[in-house]
Design a binder for this molecule. Structure first.
Ligand SMILES: [Zn+2]
Length: 349
């Protein structure tokens, strides 16, 4: 290591150093705060980790419907505040337990060579990697430090100061307590303007504007409860972000769960027939299983699908689009499609 990264190494053209670094630097990383320090960890997400049936979170094959206490590891993963990046959270925590020598040992070794190497790698990493943030504390720090960058004030975080000016692609994934969203809902009794999410959201557009090299921003949102995503007042939550659309050369997309027709409201949600947010919204199928902590501290798994609740009809040959259409029409006609299909399937032939 000492031989390869001698001072002569830094005399190499930046393009050559970059070519060497790309062998070590992952193309997706997580930024987080642990024990009051910023940490970088590699994104180790698999393709199906965020699948609605949560099959990749299982640690055994026991039926969870009849044995909801049979897979506590799965239950813990279903509760991960990192959502579809639950595997990355486990990896990051493992790194902490192993004194930071974990998944990407080469990257960590490079950080420790010298300050210049650290700064060099961080700048390069921001240039080539997608950076994920999965919690409000880290996002709040990004908002604050981005403002400091603009006013050229010193910052206590060398890591963020090295990364932010070159950041190209940022993905904010937040799986928050339901009450955090309710605090932004003017119709609730919560102290909305005092909430952490509110203060972070208010500062985010200006902070993002200061990241002059940022080209893609993705915001993924969910809450932790088994009840429908549609309980959230989307318009109250996302309105502070509308001004992101005014930032030139920045592509912004918002990733939300599909709306449930039973609770869908043009006053609270971005529906197809009502004024849209001036940002692209993508809808996904939400996770259908939840880890519920019981009174004695153990975790049971609860099956609680959001729309479409009747997704299992696809196993009978119906397409998911058709299932959604049938279920949506039933709700609009005042019928409960779940009861209808339950009665239908239980009717003797
Ligand atoms: Zn990840």
């Amino acid at each position: 290591m000492d031989t390869l990264f001698s001072p002569q190494f830094f005399a190499l053209p930046a393009e050559l150093r970059r070519a060497i670094y790309t062998y070590f630097i992952p193309d997706q990383i997580h930024l987080s705060i642990r024990e009051k320090k910023f940490r970088v960890s590699t994104c180790v997400q698999h393709d199906k980790d965020g699948g609605p049936d949560c099959t990749d979170r299982r640690s055994n094959k026991i039926d969870l419907i009849t044995n909801p206490m049979s897979d506590p590891i799965c239950g813990r993963r279903l509760r991960s505040s990192w959502g579809p990046h639950w595997r990355c959270e486990e990896s990051a925590m493992q790194m902490r337990e192993d004194h930071e020598i974990g998944y990407n040992i080469t990257m960590m070794a490079l950080f420790l060579v010298c300050k210049r190497m650290f700064s060099d790698i961080m700048e390069m990493m921001a240039d080539i990697a997608v950076v994920y943030i999965n919690d409000l504390d880290t996002l709040r720090s990004l908002v604050l430090i981005s403002s400091e960058l603009e006013s050229r004030r010193s910052s206590t975080s060398i890591l963020l100061v090295s990364i932010l000016p070159n950041l190209k692609e940022l993905s904010i994934n937040l799986r928050l307590p339901l009450d955090t969203y309710k605090a932004l809902d003017n119709t609730s009794n919560s102290a909305g303007s005092e909430s952490l999410l509110s203060s972070v959201w208010m500062g985010l557009p200006l902070a993002i504007e200061h990241l002059s090299k940022l080209r893609r921003l993705r915001i993924w949102l969910d809450h932790e409860e088994p009840c429908s995503w549609s309980i959230v007042n989307e318009r109250a939550v996302l309105s502070p972000l509308a001004s992101l659309s005014n930032i030139p050369n920045l592509e912004v997309s918002i990733d939300l769960a599909k709306l449930h027709p039973k609770w869908e409201s043009p006053h609270r949600h971005f529906t197809e027939d009502t004024p849209l947010l001036p940002l692209a919204i993508h809808r996904r199928y939400r996770q259908r299983y939840y880890g519920i902590e019981t009174g004695d501290g153990s975790i049971r798994v609860e099956h609680s699908p959001d729309f479409p609740v009747l997704y299992e009809l696809t196993s009978l040959g119906m397409t998911m689009e058709k299932v959604e259409e049938v279920e949506r029409r039933s709700w609009k006609e005042g019928e409960d499609p779940i009861q209808f299909w339950r009665d239908f399937l239980l009717t003797p032939w």
